[in-house]
Ligand binder design. Sequence first.
Ligand SMILES: CC(C)(COP(=O)(O)OP(=O)(O)OC[C@H]1O[C@@H](n2cnc3c(N)ncnc32)[C@H](O)[C@@H]1OP(=O)(O)O)[C@@H](O)C(=O)NCCC(=O)NCCS
Length: 163
Amino acid sequence: MNEPTQNVKVRPLQIEDLKEARRINDFWFKGTTVRFGFCGRLRFFCQYVLASLGLRLDFLWVVAELENQIVGFAVYEVCRKEIHIARFGVDPEKLRMGIGTKMMQWLIKESASRNKRIVVLEARETAFPALCFYKSMGFKTAKIIHRFYSDTNEGAHFMKLTL
Ligand SMILES: CC(C)(COP(=O)(O)OP(=O)(O)OC[C@H]1O[C@@H](n2cnc3c(N)ncnc32)[C@H](O)[C@@H]1OP(=O)(O)O)[C@@H](O)C(=O)NCCC(=O)NCCS
């Protein structure tokens, strides 16, 4: 691993990181919308109600920091049996430096520390770098979800890593 990556620190997002994390989010994901089935919509509705009552906040943000700059972020939710990664992105100017690997290693540790042995995520069928990256981390495609992304009608690889 090269020198800069050794200095990457992965940690939970603090409020002052939000602007930078959103910059990366907007670069990769602006306009992304996904199509949920009935169960997915019901789950989101319940999460929304619980979060607005201050009872549970399921979506958690994590960031990668390098030399006081936010260079990556991920959003995940802790489900009953697994950790579901909802968003995952690295600064477009800092690709192939091992930052994604560091963030994923952090998430895998986080998963194990919460006694969740499964990590799942969806990746666009056409997102070649993301598919290569997740495969390099040991994820396998469990199924293809057709027309998952409602912005483009693209399908998603539903990927799974068992720890
Ligand atoms: C996918 C992504 C997170 C990878 O982050 P990264 O920091 O560049 O990844 P790493 O440097 O840790 O790469 C680890 C390995 O993944 C694979 N990989 C990463 N990017 C790749 C690419 N463009 N092409 C082929 N393989 C790739 C390689 O095996 C790489 O190891 P190597 O560099 O030694 O060959 C990054 O490209 C990204 O943010 N993409 C846009 C957002 C996105 O698609 N997110 C996923 C949404 S589901």
